[in-house]
Design a protein around this ligand. Structure first.
Ligand SMILES: [Mn+2]
Length: 315
C-alpha cells in the first residue's frame, strides 16, 4: 500500500495516462475515471478513459466537451476495480502493466506498482477527490459533477450505512464548486425507463402473500418482459420490491429464465437468514440477500421457495 502523497508525486512525474474502469460500469468507476482524466488534462497531461461498451445516456455529461486524445500509453491507472476478473476486456492487455490502483474495496487483490485502497471511503470518488486536492487542481463544475456522481450512486443517494461525515463534507465542497447535485440525483434515482415502469406494473399484479402476510412473492415471466419491452437493465433491483411492503419479513422474486426454470431472489429484513432459505434449494448468498434456481412450473417453484421461507420464519 502507498500513501496518496506518494501516488500524487508519482503521477506528477508521469504522462500519457490510460484510466481503466470495471465491467458493468457504475457511477463510481465512471465518475472516478472521468474526474481523474479531467484533472490530469488540467495539468496539461494526456489522458483517456477506457470503458466497457458505450457510455449510457444518463452518464453522458461525465464526458461532456472531452475528446479522445491520441498518444502512446505510458501510465495505466485503475479506478474502483477490486479484482483482475473485473477488468473484463482490458485484462489481457493491461493486467501486468498497472502503475496505479485506486480503490475502496477491502478485498482488493489487484497487482499494481502503486496501490491506494481506503475501505472506509463510501465511494472511490472520495479517494479521487483527495488525490485531486493533493494535485492542487481547482475543481470546476464539470469535474465536481463527475466526483459527485460516484459519491451519490455508491451511497444510494446518501442513504446507506457506508456514508461518513467525510462523505458529507466532500459532497458539500462539491456543491460549493458548482456541481449540479439535484439534477444528478434526479437522473440517478428518480428517473426510470418506460420499460421499467411497464414491468413494475406487471410485477405488482403478481403479488401474493403467505404466512400471515410476512412473506411476499412476485414474479416475472419472459412474456411479461417482452410485453414491457424490458431488457436485463430494466429488471435491476426488481427483487427489492416485495421487501418494501410494511410488515413483510421475507420478499421473494422469481424470474422465469427458461422452460420450467426459475431464478429466485430472496430479501429479508435482517431477522431471517436469506442464505439459509436459498441454501435449502441449492443456492446461497448473504444474510439479507440470497438467490437460488429451481426447475419446475411456476406454481411448483413458488411452493418450494415459500416452504423454505416458512421453515426459516419458524426457526
Ligand atoms: Mn465503488
Amino acid at each position: 500500500m502507498n500513501s496518496l502523497n506518494e501516488i500524487t508525486e508519482f503521477i506528477k512525474g508521469r504522462d500519457n495516462f490510460v484510466i481503466l474502469t470495471h465491467i458493468y460500469p457504475d457511477g463510481d468507476t465512471l465518475g472516478s475515471a472521468y474526474a481523474l482524466c479531467r484533472a490530469l488534462r488540467t495539468l496539461k497531461k494526456n489522458a483517456n478513459v477506457l470503458i466497457h461498451g458505450d457510455l449510457a445516456d444518463k452518464y453522458s455529461y461525465l464526458e461532456k466537451d472531452m475528446k479522445e486524445q491520441v498518444f502512446d500509453c505510458e501510465t495505466v491507472v485503475t479506478v474502483d476495480i477490486a479484482s483482475p476478473s473485473l477488468m473484463g476486456d482490458f485484462r489481457e492487455e493491461y493486467e501486468d502493466k498497472i502503475d496505479v490502483c485506486i480503490d475502496h474495496h477491502a478485498a482488493n487483490d489487484m497487482n499494481a506498482r502503486m496501490k491506494y485502497v481506503d475501505a472506509d471511503a463510501a465511494s472511490n470518488c472520495e479517494n479521487i477527490y483527495r488525490l485531486i486536492e493533493l494535485l492542487d487542481i481547482e475543481i470546476d463544475p464539470a469535474l465536481a459533477d463527475c466526483i459527485y456522481t460516484g459519491i451519490c450512486t455508491d451511497t444510494g443517494c446518501f442513504k446507506f450505512t457506508n456514508v461518513t461525515p467525510d462523505t458529507m463534507r466532500i459532497a458539500a465542497k462539491l456543491m460549493e464548486c458548482g456541481c449540479r447535485s439535484a439534477e444528478i440525483n434526479r437522473v440517478m434515482f428518480d428517473t426510470k425507463s418506460l420499460a421499467r415502469i411497464n414491468i413494475e406494473r406487471e410485477v405488482l399484479n403478481t403479488l401474493r402473500f403467505y404466512a400471515d402476510n410476512k412473506i411476499a412473492v412476485v414474479y416475472t415471466t419472459r412474456d411479461m418482459e417482452k410485453r414491457a419491452g424490458a431488457v436485463d437493465q430494466d429488471l435491476e433491483g426488481i427483487a427489492a420490491i416485495p421487501r418494501q411492503i410494511e410488515g413483510v419479513c421475507t420478499g421473494v422474486t422469481l424470474k422465469e429464465k427458461g422452460d420450467n426454470y426459475y431464478r429466485i431472489s430472496v430479501r429479508t429484513n435482517g431477522d431471517h437468514d436469506a442464505s439459509m432459505i436459498c441454501g435449502k434449494l441449492g443456492g446461497g448468498g448473504h444474510f439479507a440477500a440470497a438467490g437460488c434456481s429451481v426447475n419446475g412450473t411456476l406454481e411448483e417453484a413458488i411452493k418450494a421457495i415459500v416452504r423454505a421461507c416458512v421453515e426459516e420464519l419458524g426457526r
